[in-house]
Design a protein around this ligand. Structure first.
Ligand code: LMR
Length: 394
């Protein structure tokens, strides 16, 4: 039986992680997978996370099962963090999931249950795993233009043109902030235009938000999600705690489904619980409990916000430093977009062979589509990268 199995296509991001680990060069630089690293190249356990874990060790009296949807307190604190009470809680169904990927997967399964012929419109480009999971589930993917590769900003006209034939049977997948992989984001005026289109067409919006607090600030990064949530009848939100709480391996995520009418919430909730049961039964609890502890304790929450802000400002400084260094070396402002983009990533506009050249000749690892993880840099490696980019003729 097992000899019928065929090789699966390699995941671009995870394949790169493996190559990086196997590279013996001491100067190697990992700008691949989206993980925050401090100046020493370490992905730290955040102070508030450590404090919450200590309390949990002391206080927790049982590791017995929670519910299929996870701890309701986690859903409550996370929906407040994301939505700040802009939607009546009674319209919301929510389940904890194994990470943001789990929330995305459960959302896709939910829409497939609702409409087996659903088409999901995704930005071109998007996080490769969106397309991979949709393909695995046999859901039709339709690309909409998103990124203008000339000026390295959002191609909003192209996006709106490509969404013109979306219907009430379709889903539009959006990145709440810090677009992965481009780093280019819609402004709030563009979001409003998009909301008008969503309401005119009657399609279901789904927001994947994995980087709240990494772009312009915790509230600023949630502004678009809040605007959509308060303007449309139905919405799915897949949220991740991996990056902004730095609890990657704890697999902590939440799927929220906002219903049009309060009366529909319990059926939606039942379907979401059912999907959790089919896929893994009970969602992981440890990370969710850490997040709940932090967000319900004023001192821990303030410390978490302060540390997250340090990380965000660090990424902005690195962005500016890289843009400045590239301007100095190239004598042009063609890399100015790096300082304008937000979040962990920028797509720098190059070819796979030049990305490969950077890897082979300079031990610099970035995803083949030219996606660069800004948070993998530090004050010294900014110059090394800038020189290598110019040397590679990018
Ligand atoms: C990324 O895009 O690098 C992260 O979201 C990690 C992942 O799972 O791909």
């Amino acid at each position: 039986m097992l000899n019928n199995l065929k090789e699966q296509p390699k995941d671009k991001i995870l394949g790169l992680m493996a190559l990086y680990r196997a590279d013996p060069r001491s100067t190697k630089l990992d700008l691949g997978v989206g993980v925050y690293k401090n100046d020493e190249g370490v992905t730290p356990v955040m102070r508030a996370v450590k404090a919450a874990e200590r309390i949990l060790v002391e206080e927790q009296t049982s590791k017995s099962y929670v519910g299929l949807a996870g701890d309701p307190a986690f859903a409550a604190v996370m929906s407040d963090l994301l939505l700040e009470k802009c939607v009546d809680r009674a319209r919301m169904a929510a389940v904890a999931t194994p990470g943001g990927t789990g929330a995305v997967r459960q959302a896709f399964e939910l829409i497939k249950l609702a409409n087996s012929d659903v088409r999901v419109f995704v930005s071109d480009p998007t996080w490769p795993n969106h397309v991979s999971i949709l393909g695995y589930l046999g859901i039709t993917v339709v690309n909409y233009r998103y990124f203008d590769t000339e000026n390295r900003a959002v191609d909003f006209d192209g996006m709106m043109e490509d969404l013109a034939d979306i219907t009430a049977q379709d889903v539009i997948l959006l990145h709440g902030c810090c677009h992965n992989p481009t780093g280019a984001n819609l402004n709030l005026t563009q979001w409003q235009t998009l909301i008008d289109l969503i309401n005119e067409k009657g399609c279901l919006p789904m927001i994947d938000i994995a980087y709240q607090g990494f772009g312009d600030g915790l509230d600023e990064d949630a502004a678009a999600t809040r605007l959509v949530a308060s303007s449309v009848p139905q919405l799915l939100i897949a949220a991740s705690c991996s990056k902004n709480f730095g609890i990657y391996r704890e697999r902590t995520g939440l799927l929220i489904a906002i219903n049009e009418n309060i009366g529909e919430t319990s059926v939606t909730q039942g379907n979401m619980n059912h999907l959790n049961r089919q896929n893994f039964s009970f969602p992981p609890d440890h990370g969710a409990r850490i997040v709940t502890k932090i967000l319900t304790d004023d001192a821990m929450k303030a410390d978490w916000i302060a540390e997250l802000e340090e990380m965000r400002l660090d990424m902005l400084t690195l962005r500016q430093g890289l843009a400045d260094e590239l301007q100095r070396l190239s004598g042009s402002n063609r890399f100015g977009f790096i300082a304008e983009h937000r979040g962990m990533f920028s797509q720098i506009g190059t070819t796979p062979d030049k990305v490969e050249k950077l890897r082979v000749e300079h031990a610099i690892y970035m995803v083949g589509d030219g996606r660069l993880n800004i948070a993998g840099l530090n004050a010294n490696s900014v110059r090394v990268l800038a020189e290598a980019i110019i040397e590679a003729g990018i």
